[in-house]
Each structure stands twice: as C-alpha cells, then as structure tokens.
Design a binder for this molecule. Structure first.
Ligand code: PLP
Length: 421
C-alpha cells in the first residue's frame, strides 16, 4: 500500500493535491492513529513541494565524476579485524537540492571530503536528517551485488517526506550508488564475512533557524568496509528489557530511519552495557510490547497454543522500522512453508508464559548490519528469560543466515541480488 501510494505521489500531481486536502480534513484522526502505512503523504510541506514539481529528481546521466589523485588514495585494510563504520573509502557521492535553483542538482562523485555547513543549518538544530543502511557484497564469482536496493530507496523516500526533505527517484539514486561503489570497488572486501557498507544520508542545510520546510538539502553517500557487526561474532547476545524506556510511540517516526530516533537510545544502550548486558530490548506501552532489539527487528520462534511451531515478528504498526531483512525473512520462511509465520503484537507477559510452559525455541534480531543476531537471554525486572538456541538441531537463525548470505554473495542466483556493472 505504501509502495503504490509513493508511486502515485511521484507520478500524479492531481493525486498529490487531493492528498494534500485530505490531510487537513483528517488531521485529528491522523494524530491519534499510528499511521504507519499512510505516512508517505503525511507532511503538508513535502506534498506542497511535490505539487510544485511532481517529477523533480536528479538523474544519473548527469553525474560528474572527479576521481582522487593517486596520492590521495588510502591503503585498503585487511578484511579481518574490521570494525563497524570506522574506516571510509576514497570517494563519496554528493547531490545538492536548492529550491531556488529548481530543486535537485547534478550528482557529483568526488574524493572523500569534509562537509562545510552554515552554523544555522537545520540539520544541526532540528535533526532534519535521515539515512539508509545497505551493503555491497563481493560474490564468490567476483561480481559485486546490492541486496534489494529498491526497498531502501522506497524507505528513504518515506523518511524524506516525514522529515520535510525533498523526495527523489530511487532508481536514479541506485545507479549513482552503484557507480560510486564501482569507482571504489577495490574497497569491497574479498571475503564472505565482510562487505562494503553504504550509508546514504539526506540532511537539511538551509542557513535559517526557522522550523519550516527544507529549501536546501544535501544528499550524500559514504562507504565503509565492514566485518562482522558484533565483535563477539555469532554468539547469542543478552538483552536488557526495562519498561521505563521506549524507542518509538504511535504517531511518531519510529518507522522512519531518521537520525532523531537514534540519539536518545545511546544513553540507554550504555546503561544496558553498564548493567552487564549487550543490547536493549525496546518495550512499548502498558502491556510491554516487544518492539525491536537495539537497531534490529525482532523475531520469536516458539510453540503456539495449538502445539504448532510459529515464527512471529511485531506487525508494522508505526513503532517498527520496516526492515529489508525483516521483510526478506518473512518472505523466505513463508516460502519454506514449514511452520506458521505471523506478524502481530508480542508482549512480555506472553514471553514469560511461554518460558514457564517451556515453549520458547529461539529469539533473534534481524538487520542489514548483522543479518541475524541470536538472543541468549532477556533480563526483565528480576526475571531471566533464557532461549535454548543451542538445543535446536538446525536453528532457524542459522538457516536464515545461510539463505540470505547465499543470495548476497551469489552462491545462488536470486532476483533480490542486483549486480552492479
Ligand atoms: C535499520 C534498522 C533496522 C533494520 O533494517 P534493515 O533494512 O533490515 O537493515 C531495524 N530497526 C531499526 C531501528 C533500524 O534502524
């Protein structure tokens, strides 16, 4: 539904102005509902911008490439021992947006450099910012592939609309990113446990303190070679579940990859570490719904009331970031047709009951950075809820990790893996 709306948003000016009017008449309803799937058209300013220039986007064919001089190139690191997001490649992509110049400007690929901003730039005051996280994988055949990049582009555009930042053509950005990766292709590790992380970012840079629509923005992308996300490797993690904290709330933007969602989590993550746990299990509401783990979507595998095996993940109710990995796991496991797969609310009391009845099988987080991350235990109030992951003969999380990496590293041919030329 989101997909088709966004599509129409980009294609039809009439649809946009109609949508724009609807927003006003339904404002109250929108405020009281976790409008997860309808958010593509929620901000009046983005809709108004779209209305002026329904097809405004940059084009890959306009891209200017300025290569680094040989002396500006950095030595490539060893694939082993890479830490997440500490090291960057030789080039970056920049695309500016200026309303007064007609909107999106030409994409530029250039040597990696610092960004200079006006001290009043909106991003620095009101966190007018969003990002994406995707990866380029060097396959067993040497070919470099992206994984479902169209889904990242759709999500990025939905975040842009919610942040009052200008939307753009996803396919055009995929082509620009592919070219950037191709320029820095020597940085894509020759290893099946490493990859090149791609961080597209969109920020509001107007030199003005008004809290208003962005008229100047910068879309840029940087690349970082990465190894295993957790230094402990594939070891199950321990989680702190403390109901006094929440990550997202109905009507908010927890379902958008906006920078403003992450700063407030850092303190809580530190508290978890200080209490001796590795990650935060984010709860929400009086019924203590399990929403996400760290910056991953969460899955629970258990024996349901009918004695069947069931894999469940929270439904996209506005609190949940619509992960590409989450969606892929749902599609893969539904295709296996071996157990029940559901999207619905999970609460702490349900997990505790399942534990008491010995019906918990596995819990894991899922996201691009780590693919899947098994959970060893949840620490909640005075309770410890343990998952008997290693008692499973062929745990689901391992099978999923193998299935997804086989697609990403080209061990199998699959339409989700998009080769860059
Ligand atoms: C990015 C992210 C995810 C995972 O999304 P993927 O597309 O699978 O990488 C899950 N939760 C949060 C909060 C995130 O920021």
């Amino acid at each position: 539904m989101v997909r088709s709306r966004l599509h129409q948003l980009a294609l039809s000016p009439k649809f946009v102005s109609h949508q724009f009017r609807c927003i006003h008449s339904e404002e109250r309803k929108w405020q009281s509902v976790a409008a997860a799937t309808a958010a593509a058209a929620t901000t009046a300013c983005a809709a108004a911008q779209e209305n002026l220039q329904p097809m405004n986007t940059f084009k890959y064919s306009d891209t200017i490439v300025r290569l680094a001089e040989p002396h500006q190139l950095h030595p490539k690191p060893d694939a082993a021992g890479l830490q997440f997001g500490k090291l960057f490649t030789d080039h970056m992509l920049k695309i500016e947006y200026h309303k007064r110049l007609g909107g999106w400007q030409k994409p530029v690929i250039l040597p990696f450099e610092n960004i200079v901003l006006h001290p009043a730039a909106k991003v620095l005051h009101y966190a007018v910012e969003l990002f994406e996280g995707m990866k380029a994988y060097r396959g067993v055949d040497g070919q470099i592939r992206l994984f479902r990049p169209d889904m990242n582009m759709e999500r990025m555009n939905r975040s842009a609309v919610r942040a009052g930042l200008p939307p753009f053509s996803g396919p055009e950005l995929i082509k620009c990113l592919s070219r950037l990766v191709s320029v820095d292709q020597e940085w894509v590790p020759h290893s099946e446990s490493s990859s090149l992380y791609i961080r597209p970012t969109l920020i509001g840079i107007d030199p003005s303190l008004g809290i208003a629509c962005t008229e100047s923005a910068l879309l840029y992308a940087i690349l970082s070679p990465v190894g295993a996300y957790f230094s402990s490797g594939f070891q199950p993690v321990t989680l702190m579940a403390d109901p006094q904290y929440t990550r997202a709330f109905p009507g908010g933007c927890g379902d958008r990859k906006m920078g403003s969602n992450y700063a407030p989590t850092i303190h809580v993550q530190r508290e978890a570490m200080q209490r001796g746990f590795q990650q935060v299990l984010w709860l929400y509401g009086p019924d203590e719904q399990l929403t996400e783990v760290g910056t991953m979507n969460i899955f629970l595998y258990f024996i349901n009331d009918n004695g069947e095996r069931e894999l469940v993940t929270p439904n996209l109710d506005g609190l949940i970031l619509p992960g590409v990995t989450r969606m892929s796991i749902l599609e893969l496991t539904r295709g296996w047709n071996e157990f029940k797969v559901t999207e619905r609310k999970i609460t702490m009391s349900e997990v505790i009951r399942l534990q008491n009845e010995n019906r918990l099988l596995e819990m894991f987080g899922a996201g691009t950075a780590c693919i899947v991350s098994p959970v060893a235990s949840i620490h909640y109030k005075n309770l410890v809820i343990k998952f008997p992951m290693e008692e499973q003969e062929n745990p689901i999380y391992r099978r999923l990790e193998r299935a997804l990496t086989s697609i990403q590293y080209g061990r199998v041919d699959h339409p989700w893996a998009v080769a860059i030329s």
